[in-house]
Write a protein that binds this ligand. Sequence first.
Ligand code: SF4
Ligand code: SF4
Length: 255
Amino acid sequence: MEKFRLKILRGTPGKQYWETFELQLRPGLNIIAALMEIRRSPVNTKGEKVAPVVWEDGCLEEVCGSCSMLVNGRPRQACSALIRDQIALTSNHEITLAPFTKFPLIRDLMVDRTSMFESLKKVQGWIETDGTFDAGPGPKISPKKQEVMYELATCMTCGCCLEACPQVNAHSKFMGAAPISQVRLFNAHPTGAMQRKERLRSMMGEEGINHCGNAQNCQKVCPKEIKLLDSIAAIGRDVTLEAFRELFSFPDRDI
Ligand code: SF4
Ligand code: SF4
């Protein structure tokens, strides 16, 4: 039976090491299923029984983003990464798995993505509501706008775009592309637009849009194929206009 190896960067902060496991290839096997096999029998290629590998997962259908990691060096979800496809990218039947580098490491393949959720709080990534009573139909949104908003709403806060972004690093406070895209989403909503100014202001500081270097890696790795560069361009324009409006005290457009 055909075999393959998973070479995993394991350990805790400052104490990381590579460990390899050999497994049998089965049709349809994905990375998470392979990690589960290792968990059942955590014996490495040296024949040593070791601690089971630690990782995070949730939905197992590329919706929650929690199993994101570097698979053969590329940020993506482990649940949708088929072993057969990943082997095809290698010359030695060895797939490397490593934790994301832009988030604090917890252990093995598990990182703490809290910073992304904190960024969503900073940009007010939500729609304010008065209550749960029926307020009747809201303002209509054109089908074309709905289509764009739907795509933006598929963001699962996975962190792939931050992992690939050179501007997101230990020396920078830049939030990355995902929160910028969420500003575009919630500003486009008729009710969400009531916090438009606050969201744009949150984009003006050292965490905001001016620190995007336009390297464009973010869009290339987004598993939901969100047009992040369109979001960056749209919010960049809105932030500039808002800054001028505030500088010269232009009134808001009424109609
Ligand atoms: S365009 Fe480049 S710098 Fe800007 S968010 Fe995307 S990857 Fe980062
Ligand atoms: S924008 Fe794409 S890559 Fe970035 S967090 Fe959302 S789904 Fe992940």
